[in-house]
Design a protein around this ligand. Structure first.
Ligand SMILES: Cc1ncc(COP(=O)(O)O)c(C=O)c1O
Length: 354
């Protein structure tokens, strides 16, 4: 079976992790700081604040922007649950705006009608590694004085007209093993705003400014030196891996004429965390058929967030027809850089039968 994802861990990663183990310094230290600086540089921003996961990056970003009970945060229902759950955990209410069918990302034209006096922020997601229309979202946010927190957990290095995602609003990234680069678990907040970075650093470390002086409430959302050591090696490999993902995606798109392939806007760089298609017939049957042919296809995501049991129980009953339909139609094919030519051809051959 060709799996949907394959983390790439080489000798360099193993050596880097062993060096940390031998150093005796395991918790947050100089490697974390170096990783923050290098990741911030990748995004073209001044500050990176490493966290224990993408989820804690999102939660920290929301909290440092003062989001809490009584507030509303506009987001997409077509995403991994963490985007909405992090809003919920601040005590604020996620307000779902439907997506645009060509990008699977939040439709900027539908945002303004959902803004109320309680709206404090917009949390768009660059789903599958394809940038959402961040320029238009920033325009709406500026007009209504809203904070923007970009969920870039799937979009390391993606860009619009040369500007990296995670540099428009406050960016949040994940380094979960299936992501374009990994630290096993881990996350990062990116920002140009010194104050936001400072508050995020306090929040992730019990509000500690000097040893055992705590000037704010906070959590333990820290990254370890082991994770940062992995991340530093992976970060060096990311440009080549991204090039390969884009090349693999182009190879599939050129050959798959029977399905709807990903669409990318002009001057947008999609980094293909996922290569997502839509088939004409029954999607679940298509996934089964692909599995029988040895292709590990997956559905991201079979339920939009407002249809998840917890959200239903909480009374979310909006009608968001595009997200609802897409959740029935999409499926993702393997696209990662470690695919061999033979595997790519097998994916083409099996997917062409759908
Ligand atoms: C869109 C999106 N948001 C948030 C997250 C949460 O990241 P993590 O799993 O690192 O907590 C993920 C990753 O799983 C994701 O894909």
């Amino acid at each position: 079976m060709i799996p949907i994802a394959r983390p790439l861990i080489g000798e360099e990663e193993k050596k880097a992790v062993i060096a940390v183990l031998e150093s005796g310094r395991l918790a947050q230290g100089p490697r974390v700081q170096e990783f923050e600086e290098k990741f911030a540089a990748l995004c073209g921003v001044k500050h990176g604040v490493a966290t224990s996961s993408g989820t804690t990056a999102l939660l920290t970003a929301l909290l440092v922007h003062g989001i809490g009970p009584g507030d509303e945060v506009i987001t997409t229902p077509f995403t991994f649950i963490a985007s909405a759950n992090s809003i919920r955990f601040t005590g604020a209410r996620p307000v779902f705006v439907d997506i645009d069918e060509s990008s699977y990302n939040i439709d900027p034209a539908l945002i303004e009608e959902k803004i109320t006096p309680r709206t404090k922020a917009i949390l768009p997601v660059h789903l599958y590694g394809n940038p959402c229309d961040t320029e238009r979202i920033m325009e709406v946010a500026d007009r209504h004085e809203l904070v923007v927190i970009e969920d870039a957990c799937q979009a390391h290095g993606a860009s619009i007209k040369g500007r990296k995602v995670g540099s428009y609003g406050t960016g949040c990234f994940s380094f979960y093993p299936t992501k374009n680069m990994t630290t096993a678990e881990g996350g990062m907040i990116t920002t140009d705003d010194e104050e936001v970075a400072q508050r995020a650093r306090l929040m992730r470390h019990h509000g500690q400014s000097q040893l055992y002086y705590h000037e704010a409430p906070g959590y333990n959302f820290r990254m370890t030196e082991l994770q940062a050591a992995l991340g530093l090696v992976q970060l060096e490999k990311l440009p080549e891996w991204t090039r390969k993902r884009i090349e693999n995606a182009a190879y599939l798109t050129e050959r798959l004429t029977n399905v709807i392939t990903p669409r990318v806007k002009k001057r947008y760089v999609h980094v293909y965390h996922q290569y997502t298609i839509r088939v004409k017939g029954d999607r679940d049957e298509a996934v089964k058929k692909l599995a029988e042919g040895g292709i590990g296809a997956r559905v991201y995501y079979p339920l939009p967030v407002h249809w998840q049991p917890f959200y239903r129980q909480q009374g979310f009953n909006d009608s968001l027809p595009v997200s609802e339909r897409m959740s029935q139609e999409v499926l993702s094919l393997p696209v990662y850089p470690a695919l061999t030519q033979e595997e790519l051809d097998k994916i083409v051959s099996e997917a062409s039968k759908l």
